[in-house]
Design a protein around this ligand. Sequence first.
Ligand code: SF4
Ligand code: SF4
Length: 368
Amino acid sequence: MTNKCNLACDYCYVPKNTNEMNEEIIEQSIRYAMSDGSPTISIVFFGGEPLMEKPLIEHAIGICRSIEKKGRHFFHLKISTNGTLLDEETLKFLKREQVLLSISMDGNRSAHDTHRKFPDGNGSFDLVDEKASLALEYHPYATALSVITPQNAGYVCESSEYLLNKGFKYIISAPDFDSVWDEKSMSVLERQYRKLSKIYIEKTRDKKDFYLAPFEEKLASHICGPYKKYERCELGIKNVSIAPDGSIFPCIQFVYEDPGRWCIGDVWKGIDTAKREAIYTESEEEKESCTTCEVKGRCRNWCGCLNWHTTGNVNKVSPTVCAYERMITPIADSIGNRLFKKRTPLFIDKFYNAAYPFLALFREKKDI
Ligand code: SF4
Ligand code: SF4
């Protein structure tokens, strides 16, 4: 929606300028999203800080909901915000319009304020924490999005516990692979995940329903089989990112760097399918370094934007990503083994009951 932001997080990859969408680009983007005839369309409002352009978001949501009234399309809407600009009026509006909410919060004060600061250098924890409490009153299924870096890796367990106790049921945390991870920081992270795995087990035994990435994803990749094609964004084939000027990119990560190379079209002319195919095919080529790996199929080595961001090549996996995948997978497996051995009811329901995702979705829709 906009590149503007009221925070100055030091790991942010969005260039701070005043580029933003306008009503015409939003309307054309929605027309473009509908152009392939699919009845269900998912839109995530992203920034910068998207709520700096609240009237534009209201405009976009209004269009989507009025299109729905004709009965041929349904929109899943979501907003990803830093939380600082949330207020009761906005939260009520998002709830009324059934817009899912994700709030960037790196965990407890120590983890969050390491990087997520205002331009004057003060940490944003106090404000975000207060807004998150308010948000959870209206959106009990809001997601907390946390970034882990070598500098805040030592707080991962405490931070996840903090967010769970605060009331977040969905916590998606992932390392910032653009940071420099060495053996020492990776082993700090490993110790934290081992500690966190005990909390995951305890809460699952206590029937506390929650989603804690990255464990869930890795557990599913064992129980339900390797990553399926439909679980991937497939670089512009299933998902695209639209920049404020209406250019289309295969993923958000590509929007800000070397646009000439990665731009695959725009919302007026559509996608240059030959260019998109070339990027996709390159990213899909078999990775020689992975052929005999025991966690192949459960590893995110297929993520072209992650590969490009970390190695400059959509098909080359960075040694840090590889080390991370080899570290996290056995920890998730040990969680799975312990919970399966005891036939822990919530664990069995979550991973062996095919209806579970639909029931969870139904619950959320009811409470959103
Ligand atoms: S809140 Fe998001 S967009 Fe704003 S500076 Fe932080 S990471 Fe960047
Ligand atoms: S863990 Fe490393 S070697 Fe194994 S599949 Fe992933 S990137 Fe390839």
